[in-house]
Ligand binder design. Structure first.
Ligand SMILES: [Zn+2]
Length: 507
C-alpha cells in the first residue's frame, strides 16, 4: 500500500524538477501582455509548458537540452487566429503548413455560421489526424438551421425549431465549443430575425461562451448590422465579436466615426464588444454576396451591387467550376474577352452556378471572388482600437493570400512600416487579447506554467510574400514556431511534430 501511495508523489517531485527539453536564448521577449519588451532572458520549456524564465547571465545549458539561439529575433507567444477556415481541411491536411509558417499555433473554427454538427464527432476525427496546430471551435448558426429546418430554411425559424437548435447547440457547448458563430450575410442565416438569433445565442451563456458574427451587411447597412450585434450581446447577456470587421463597400466608406460612436455607446452600457480584422483591402467571398437583395435578374440591383463593391475591374474570380479559366480574371476582363456587358455577364454567371444547375463534379467550391473594396485608413483605424485583434479568415492552401500571409503582413506592413501600433501592442493583438476573449487561461502569454506555444520572428524583416497569383507563398522572417513544447517550424522548415490539440472550453 505504501508503495502505490508513494509512487505518484515521487512522480510529482520528478516533474517539478524535470530538466527542460528546450531553451530559447538571446531573444527579445514580447510576452503578449503589451508590456515592454525585455532582453537577457532564457525561456525554458519542459514537456508542453514553459517551465521558467531565467537570467541569461547565470544560466548554463544542461546536457541534452536543445538550445535555439534567438539572437536578433523577438520571442512571442504563438499567434491565436480568431477566424480560420483551416478547420474544413485540417483532417485531410493536418500539417497546416500555410498556418504554421505564419506563426499560428491556435485557431478558432466553425466560422461564418458553419460547423460540423455534432462537434464531438469532428473533434474525434481531428484528434486522430494529429493536427500541427491547436484548434478551438464555435458552433455555426447556419449549420444548426440546416440541421433542424432542412431545405425549408428560407424563412424565420418557428419556436419548436428554435428549441431543437438550442438543444443541438447545448450539446456542442457541453462538448467544448467556445460559442455561437453566424454568417448572416449568407443563406440560410440571412433568413433569421434578430429575435431568433438572441434566443439561440442565450444557450451559450451558462458556459461562458460568446457570439461571433459575420454581420448581416458589410456594405451600405454596415452600421445597422454592427448595432444588431450589440443588441444580440445585450439581450443574450454575452460578449460578442464583429468578425473580419470592415467598411467593405463604396457606400460604407467614410463611416469610421460612426463605428467609434457605436463602440462608445456599447462601452457605456457595459457590453463586451470586440472585433477582429485581417490586414488586406480585399475580401474573398461568393458572387452572390454582391447583390444582397438577391434580385439577381434585376439590372438596377446588379449594377448597384457590383459598383458598390468597387465595380467590374475590382471584382476578381478566384474559383469558377463551370469554366476554371476565369480564375484570376476580373469581371471587366472576362466581359471584354467575351464581348459582353460586365453586368450581363454577372447575371449569366449567377444563372450558370444556380444551386439547381450545379453538377456534382464541380464540388463544393463552385465559385468565389475577391473584391477590392476596403480603404487602408479604415483598416489602420480598426487596428488602432485596443479591442480589435488580428485574424486571418484564411484556409489551408486557400485562394486568398491571407491564408498564408496574415500575421507576417500585419507585423511587417502595419507594425514596422506604418507604425499603426507598437510592436508590444501588435503582439498583444495576436496573443493575449484573443486568448482573453476565448477564456484560455494557459495560452497567449509567455509566463511560467503557460503552454509552450511560441514564435520567433525577425522584426526587421518579417513580411508576407503571398499574393493573389501565388496565394500560398511562404512568408519571410519567421524561422521558428513551437506548439505545445514541440518545434513545428524548425529554421523555416515545417517538421512532422504535429503536437496540436483540440481545445475545449472550460478544460
Ligand atoms: Zn465571413
Amino acid at each position: 500500500m505504501i508503495q502505490s501511495f508513494a509512487l505518484p508523489l515521487l512522480a510529482l517531485v520528478a516533474a517539478a524538477a524535470q530538466d527542460p527539453s528546450l531553451a530559447i536564448t538571446g531573444a527579445r521577449l514580447a510576452d503578449g501582455s503589451g508590456g515592454p519588451i525585455v532582453s537577457g532572458k532564457v525561456v525554458l520549456v519542459a514537456g508542453d509548458s514553459i517551465q521558467a524564465i531565467v537570467d541569461e547571465r547565470t544560466w548554463k545549458a544542461p546536457a541534452g537540452v536543445r538550445v535555439i539561439d534567438g539572437k536578433g529575433l523577438v520571442l512571442s507567444p504563438g499567434f491565436i487566429d480568431m477566424h480560420t477556415h483551416a478547420d474544413s481541411s485540417l483532417v485531410a491536411k493536418p500539417d497546416a503548413v500555410t498556418q504554421i509558417r505564419q506563426g499560428i499555433t491556435t485557431a478558432l473554427g466553425g466560422q461564418d455560421g458553419g460547423s460540423s454538427i455534432p462537434l464531438a464527432d469532428f473533434f474525434a476525427k481531428l484528434e486522430k489526424a494529429r493536427p500541427a496546430m491547436n484548434l478551438a471551435s464555435t458552433v455555426g448558426f447556419g449549420s444548426l438551421r440546416e440541421k433542424v429546418m432542412g431545405e425549408d430554411n428560407r424563412r424565420p425559424a418557428r419556436p419548436d425549431e428554435i428549441l431543437k437548435m438550442k438543444a443541438l447547440l447545448d450539446q456542442d457547448m457541453r462538448d467544448g465549443a467556445f460559442g455561437l458563430s453566424s454568417g448572416i450575410e449568407y443563406e440560410p442565416d440571412s433568413f433569421s430575425t434578430t429575435d431568433e438569433l438572441v434566443d439561440v445565442a442565450k444557450t451559450v451563456k451558462p458556459y461562458g461562451g460568446f457570439y461571433i458574427s459575420h454581420v448581416r451587411d458589410e456594405g451600405a447597412k454596415v452600421i445597422d448590422s454592427w448595432r444588431e450585434l450589440t443588441v444580440i450581446a445585450e439581450r443574450a447577456g454575452i460578449p460578442a465579436q464583429i468578425t473580419h470587421i470592415k467598411l467593405g463597400s463604396v457606400s460604407s466608406w467614410g463611416k469610421f466615426a460612426q463605428y467609434t460612436a457605436l463602440m462608445k455607446e456599447a462601452d457605456a452600457k457595459g457590453l463586451k464588444i470586440t472585433a477582429d480584422c485581417y490586414p488586406y483591402n480585399f475580401w474573398h467571398s461568393t458572387l452572390r454576396v454582391l447583390v444582397l437583395s438577391r434580385l439577381y435578374t434585376d439590372m438596377a440591383e446588379v449594377k448597384r451591387g457590383v459598383d458598390d463593391n468597387g465595380g467590374p475591374t475590382n471584382i476578381i474570380l478566384t474559383d469558377y467550376a463551370p469554366n476554371p479559366s476565369y480564375a484570376g480574371k476580373s469581371l471587366a476582363q472576362i466581359a471584354k474577352e467575351k464581348g459582353v456587358d460586365p453586368y450581363v455577364l454577372y447575371m449569366d454567371l449567377i444563372k450558370e452556378t444556380d444551386p439547381k444547375n450545379r453538377k456534382p463534379e464541380w464540388g463544393d467550391d463552385v465559385e468565389s471572388i475577391l473584391g477590392i473594396s476596403m480603404q487602408e485608413d479604415d483598416i489602420k483605424g480598426f487596428y488602432k482600437d485596443p479591442r480589435v485583434m488580428v485574424s486571418s479568415d484564411g484556409a489551408i492552401d486557400g485562394g486568398h493570400p491571407r491564408g498564408a500571409g496574415t500575421y507576417p503582413r500585419f507585423l511587417g506592413r502595419y507594425v514596422r512600416e506604418a507604425k499603426v501600433v507598437s510592436l508590444e501592442e501588435g503582439v498583444r493583438k495576436m496573443t493575449s487579447l484573443p486568448a482573453s476573449v476565448l477564456g484560455l487561461k494557459d495560452r497567449g502569454r509567455i509566463a511560467a506554467g503557460f503552454k509552450a506555444d511560441l514564435v520567433l520572428f525577425d522584426p526587421a524583416t518579417v513580411i508576407d510574400t503571398s499574393t493573389i497569383k501565388d496565394p500560398t507563398a511562404a512568408p519571410v522572417g519567421i524561422p521558428y514556431v513551437i506548439v505545445n513544447g514541440e518545434v513545428a517550424l524548425d529554421n523555416g522548415v515545417a517538421t512532422a511534430a504535429r503536437a496540436g490539440r483540440v481545445l475545449r472550453k472550460g478544460r
